[in-house]
Design a protein around this ligand. Structure first.
Ligand SMILES: Nc1ncnc2c1ncn2[C@@H]1O[C@H](COP(=O)(O)OP(=O)(O)OP(=O)(O)O)[C@@H](O)[C@H]1O
Ligand SMILES: [Mg+2]
Length: 326
């Protein structure tokens, strides 16, 4: 690992304001990602993981969204960047792969053309564009690359489209890749090939990765550190071994307890009794207290601060609230 902080999300708040009620999708979230590091965000559906990804890339409808806090990337607060500058960051400095690549690929352009555009952005021109595009198609193991280069996104399978997206990332080698459920829609074999390509991007270009997934097998295989989210808040952050072997937050423990007997590829989040609270209502104290089983009086007034329990191991739980900050 090269070390050095690349991204620092500080006290991020995101409230969706478009509907009848405001939805506080993310509140007070802070974490950082070092260079060449893979940081995974996990948590049940609706916890605000994708909202964080969209905030970092500023792909939120900012007219109907209130944003607070800072997202410092390569030393600059992305939330303060003029729109035009943010657009140039996207793709070149910050790459994105989402669950459905059709959302990101232009349906009107062939795969080869879109990869070619990415290659051009990297300063390659003329005949070299075609050569570089073919090389990239080969690198992401697209069979029959000559033919595939002329295919439109809708003519390609999900795995193939994800490969096209990754080829574009390799062409532009962003310093941060945000991968939001990149393999959820794919079968297991294709999934592992796509993950290999993402690993390769990290290995060859030192790309840092914000990985969002429900699959704990992928978290264990890919990530260095993990952030566990619940109801828009981070509950625990730590190294992958710590989170898997000695989690402290009752929520993380419940998630982990469900895992050991399951085959690796099926280590998906176990549903814990009850549901994620309504994020349009004000939540007093810890959001997990009703489902926790270990809740006590202090949980109702818990201020949701993160307490450092060991080097880089942070927990937001009233049980550890009396502990002095290290
Ligand atoms: N554009 C939007 N407008 C209003 N509410 C939204 C919008 N996008 C997400 N939400 C709400 O914000 C909350 C967080 O959603 P988000 O998509 O960030 O969760 P997630 O953790 O990515 O879930 P999943 O695991 O299902 O992808 C949810 O209550 C969701 O309904
Ligand atoms: Mg999501």
């Amino acid at each position: 690992m090269n070390g050095g902080e690349l991204l620092s999300v500080r006290d991020l708040d995101v409230t969706y304001r478009g509907g009848k009620k405001d939805i506080r999708a993310v509140s007070g979230v802070s974490f950082s990602i070092n260079r060449s590091e893979v940081f995974a965000l996990v948590g049940e559906s609706g916890c605000g993981k994708s909202t964080i990804a969209h905030a970092v890339t500023r792909l939120l409808d900012e007219k109907h969204t209130a944003l607070g806090g800072q997202i410092v990337f390569e030393g600059r607060d992305l939330l303060k960047l003029p729109w035009r500058e943010m657009t140039s960051y996207r793709g070149s400095r910050i790459g994105m792969i989402f669950q459905n690549p059709l959302d990101s690929l232009n349906p009107l352009w062939t795969a080869g053309y879109q990869i070619g555009e990415a290659v051009r952005c990297d300063g390659i021109s003329g005949k070299d564009v075609l050569r570089a595009t073919e090389e990239l198609l080969g690198e992401v193991m697209i069979p029959d690359p000559d033919r595939r280069a002329h295919s439109y996104p809708h003519e390609l399978s999900g795995g193939m489209r994800q490969r096209v997206m990754i080829a574009m990332m390799i062409a532009r080698h962003p310093s941060l890749l945000i991968a939001d459920e990149p393999t959820t829609a794919l079968d297991v074999t294709i999934q592992s090939q796509i993950l290999d390509l993402i690993r390769k991007l990290r290995r060859t270009h030192g790309t840092s990765i914000l990985l969002i997934t429900h699959d704990f097998g992928i978290v264990a295989d890919m990530s260095d550190r993990v952030g566990v989210m619940y109801a828009g808040k981070l509950m625990e952050v730590g190294g992958v071994e710590v989170i898997f072997e000695s989690p402290l937050h009752p929520y993380t423990q419940k998630l982990m307890r469900a895992l050991p007997n399951m085959p690796k590829g099926e280590r998906r989040l176990e549903v814990i009794n009850g549901g994620v609270p309504d994020m349009s209502e004000e939540i007093a104290g810890c959001a997990f207290k009703e489902r926790c089983g270990a809740a006590f009086d202090a949980c109702a007034v818990w201020d949701c601060r993160m307490v450092e329990m060991g080097a880089g191991h942070l927990v937001s739980c009233a049980m550890f609230g009396g502990r002095e900050p290290r």
